[in-house]
Design a protein around this ligand. Structure first.
Ligand SMILES: C[S@@+](CC[C@H](N)C(=O)[O-])C[C@H]1O[C@@H](n2cnc3c(N)ncnc32)[C@H](O)[C@@H]1O
Length: 279
């Protein structure tokens, strides 16, 4: 059963242990996660070129895969991650990350001006209404050094005007909306674009499936739950690895297009921003 958005709750109920187990499992191996990593690489490449011993914060670090990626990039001398869930931190520890904290993006337990770079992947859309996103971005500004960078990846709204959200994600963002939030918080925009074109087509195909009937059952229908609430990813079966590799490759082609500075894309399942705290 797909859950409908509930305006009365503070947070979506997606933080079961199973959620983080799946996150830990898929992030390294799922074609979409690999593809998104190339897109983030492409957006950050020009900034990483001049990065020297940065202090880096992964905000909403989940099972720790982004922290692995940061270690690989060798741009920092000090990586820190935090998440709202103790289950998430358990997986980070198992990946060998020990500078991690249990904390919320709404109130960062770090001193003003302490980081050169903050990365926050798919967290913004989970923050509580009405202004959790603005509070979180403002907190990021506070703990960044002047000139420091914030990269945000969140759900896009560009390709779909419907207000009905699948799973429990509270929000989707147009580039205009995300741009407004970051500039209102005091950031300067370096890059602001949609990304992940492929998933838009995938989503459109998915929508061709039978719609729920008024009593809530799907017309086709097994009525089965989503694979894991809030995390609509499953590893494809091994015999489809060839297809997964092609899909990753297509995303790498998209990433190549985004590598050029100033390049923006008008369609994509994700909304991405790289923004700077003014000097
Ligand atoms: C889709 S997962 C992404 C995890 C990680 N950024 C990644 O890309 O693998 C969303 C994460 O946001 C975390 N989260 C949700 N609300 C949060 C908050 N207020 N403060 C910190 N983390 C939060 C969840 O616990 C979860 O780990």
């Amino acid at each position: 059963m797909r859950m409908k958005r509930n305006q009365n709750v503070d947070q979506p109920q997606i933080y079961s242990e199973g959620y983080y187990r799946l996150l830990n499992e898929v992030e390294e191996r799922h074609w979409w996660c690999r593809g998104m990593r190339s897109i983030i690489d492409a957006l950050m490449e020009p900034f990483f070129k001049t990065a020297k011993e940065w202090r880096v914060l992964d905000a909403g670090c989940g099972a720790g895969y982004v922290l692995d990626w940061l270690r690989e990039k060798q741009v920092s001398r000090f990586d820190v991650g935090f998440d709202l869930s103790p289950h998430a931190l358990k997986y980070c520890k198992a990946r060998g990350h020990d500078r991690i904290a249990l904390a919320s993006m709404l109130e960062l337990p770090y001193a003003d001006k302490s980081f050169d770079f903050i990365i926050s992947i798919n967290v913004l859309q989970h923050l509580p209404l009405p202004d959790g996103d603005f509070k979180a971005v403002s907190e990021c500004l506070r703990v960044l050094k002047p000139g420091g960078l914030l990269l945000i990846q969140t759900n896009s709204k560009r390709f779909d005007n419907s207000d009905e959200l699948e799973y429990e994600d509270f929000r989707r963002y147009t580039v205009e909306k995300l741009g407004q939030i970051v500039t209102d918080a005091g950031f300067e925009i370096e890059r602001l674009t949609y990304a992940d074109r492929l998933d838009v087509y995938r989503d459109r195909l998915r929508r061709l499936r039978p719609k729920p009937t008024p009593n809530g059952a799907t017309a086709d229908s097994s009525g089965e739950d989503a694979p894991q609430k809030g995390l609509p990813l499953q590893l494809p079966p091994p015999h489809l690895n060839w297809l997964a590799n092609i899909l990753t490759l297509l995303m790498k082609v998209e990433a190549r297009g985004l590598r050029k500075s100033g390049q923006t894309q008008g369609i994509g399942h994700s909304t991405m921003a790289v923004v700077r705290r003014p000097l």
